[in-house]
Write a protein that binds this ligand. Structure first.
Ligand SMILES: C[S@@+](CC[C@H](N)C(=O)[O-])C[C@H]1O[C@@H](n2cnc3c(N)ncnc32)[C@H](O)[C@@H]1O
Length: 528
């Protein structure tokens, strides 16, 4: 048997299918954009695979924190989307998305957090190990999503979801500490009126036997103490003397208790190291999320929201103000809303109609400071900022009645110029003075797209305006034969031929990109 190619991996029907995604442009809908016109925040309506591909050019390596809450593949019929995808389809749906999401992450401080339940979490873990690297796995957070047991549960009533956490590079990425709570600080007191302020005490013994660290300590009352059996003092005799001299050892009010180490609040870490168990009392649960949705949309609730406090916890750990946050399964808009209120920049993608019916009005309320949710009060959020609403452009090429690819009629000149920039790796940046400078790939390399017929005379005119060292790519629907090699620094290419074959055009749905097993096949597989 040839073992060379064997490796530990998860396989499924359709895994090796390669997608050649069209890099679409995003078109702003100014009627739906809201608030500060300079805002960079984005709400995108469209399939997230194409939307993520569209974002790749501008956002590769720039996103600090990605949170996604994809359909769990549980088979329940939700009102707002089809969650009943079979396993291979689900994995095929997730993998290319995760691959682009990884590209978008900041190479030093980027992290991704994925909500999932028991049904798919273990498959997703293996898939994520493959995409992000097993060495970048950070944690599997257990979130207590439910309090009351489900008495009608057939087996065990599940009370938790998983949140899988990966860093782009775990060597560099570390979570921020969580803010200390009032309750934690209230455990610090000052019974001996120490000038260094409030303190709490901790055990001075350690669970090991080190002969030199087993010695008597005399308390102020004269009583002598030894470490309890099987243990030693945590510090040497000399160090202990120093600590007693500095009044850092506490023998109780009357000086008669087992010695303990005083730990001052001013000297403890300015935050808490996050744990992997997240209780509903700290970050909310499904019921809290439902209550929030009812406050926001009493007449049109959304079925599977997450509580705002849960997202706040993730953004507390993964970002600081001003960082970019992305959620490509935006649902009712929770991630964007929380990111906005926490002063983070945000991109949200949602393909359901609830981009319009839920995300849009929710974000408007946030901008107005009128969402009425508890987190706004906690954060002291009064409103401000804004966001832009985008739709995915249709495919650049469509087939005409003869089956030939032609430029889609809905593309105007600006859209076409912008789309060709994307295809050719140029930044769309029309110059006010030179009509032919529509975008650039470097400071001296430009692109010009036109649907007009290009003549050698036109190239002469453009060339006379070009400075030394500048180069230009002209994308035209048609051009005179002598345009080719007319100037060494001007390349002329024909659209659409120049981009055909590079990617798939006219494909809008990447959800069901594998052939579903027929019912008969499925039955057969079950019987085996
Ligand atoms: C579990 S919900 C997310 C809920 C969200 N966390 C919240 O708090 O409201 C998953 C969302 O992903 C969306 N979705 C599923 N497939 C998608 C796709 N291909 N592109 C964009 N959104 C998608 C669904 O429409 C649904 O709204």
């Amino acid at each position: 048997m040839n073992n060379k190619k064997q490796k530990l991996e998860l396989t499924w029907i359709g895994k090796d299918e390669e997608l050649k995604l069209e890099p679409r442009i995003l078109i702003e809908d100014p009627k739906k954009s809201y608030g500060d016109p300079k805002s960079e925040n984005m709400l995108i309506h469209g399939d997230n695979l194409l939307a993520l591909k569209a974002l790749e050019q501008d956002f590769t390596g720039r996103i600090k924190c990605i949170y996604i809450d994809p359909p769990y593949n549980t088979g329940s019929a939700f009102e707002h989307y089809d969650d009943n995808l079979e396993h291979s389809t689900w994995l095929s749906l997730m993998r290319p998305r995760l691959e682009i999401l990884r590209n978008l992450l900041d190479k030093n401080d980027g992290s991704i957090w994925i909500s999932i339940d028991d049904d798919e979490s273990h498959y997703l873990k293996v898939l994520c190990d493959e995409v992000f690297g097993r060495s970048n796995f950070v944690a599997n957070v257990i979130w207590e999503k439910k309090f009351s047991p489900q008495n009608d549960a057939k087996w065990l009533s599940d009370s938790h979801d998983h949140i899988l956490v990966y860093a782009y590079n775990k060597t560099y990425w570390h979570p921020f500490l969580l803010p200390r709570t009032e309750e934690m600080d209230s455990r610090y007191l000052n019974p001996d009126k120490d000038q260094r302020g409030v303190w709490t005490s901790s055990d001075l013994t350690v669970k090991r036997i080190t002969e030199k660290d087993i010695y008597p300590i005399k308390s102020p009352s004269g009583k002598e103490f030894m470490p309890t059996s099987g243990r030693s003092w945590g510090v040497s005799k000399e160090k202990m003397k120093e600590l007693i001299k500095e009044n850092r050892i506490w023998f109780g009010e009357n000086g008669t208790n087992m010695p303990r180490l005083k730990r001052f609040l001013t000297e403890v870490q300015d935050g808490i190291v996050p744990k992997t168990l997240w209780y509903r009392t700290e970050v909310g649960d499904n019921q809290e999320a439902k209550r929030e949705i009812n406050i926001l949309f009493s007449d049109d609730p959304f079925d599977t929201p997450k509580p705002e406090r849960l997202i706040k916890r993730i953004l507390d750990l993964g970002t600081k103000p001003g960082d970019w946050v992305l959620d490509s399964f935006l649902g009712s808009g929770t991630t964007s809303a929380v990111a906005h209120k926490m002063g983070r920049k945000h991109i949200g993608v949602e393909f359901g109609e609830h981009a319009d019916t839920h995300c849009l009005p929710r974000l408007k309320k946030v901008v107005d400071g009128k969402d009425g949710l508890a987190l706004s009060e906690t954060l002291g959020w009064k409103g401000g900022g804004g966001f832009k609403f985008y739709n995915l452009a249709p495919s650049l090429l469509t087939k005409d009645s003869f089956g030939n690819f032609v430029i889609d009629k809905s593309y105007n000149a600006n859209m076409l110029a912008s789309a060709m920039c994307k295809h050719e790796g140029f930044k769309y940046l029309p110059d006010e003075n030179f009509y032919w400078k529509q975008g650039k790939s470097t400071e001296t390399d430009y692109i010009f797209t036109t649907t007009n017929f290009i003549t050698a005379e036109q190239l002469d005119a453009i060339h006379s305006e070009m400075k030394e060292g500048e180069s230009l790519l002209v994308c035209a629907k048609a051009f005179a034969p002598e345009c080719e090699n007319h100037f060494s620094n001007i390349t002329v290419k024909k659209i659409p031929q120049m981009i055909l074959g590079r990617c798939e055009f006219s494909k809008d749905n990447y959800d069901l990109n594998i052939i579903k097993a027929t019912e008969a096949e499925a039955e057969e597989a079950n019987e085996e």
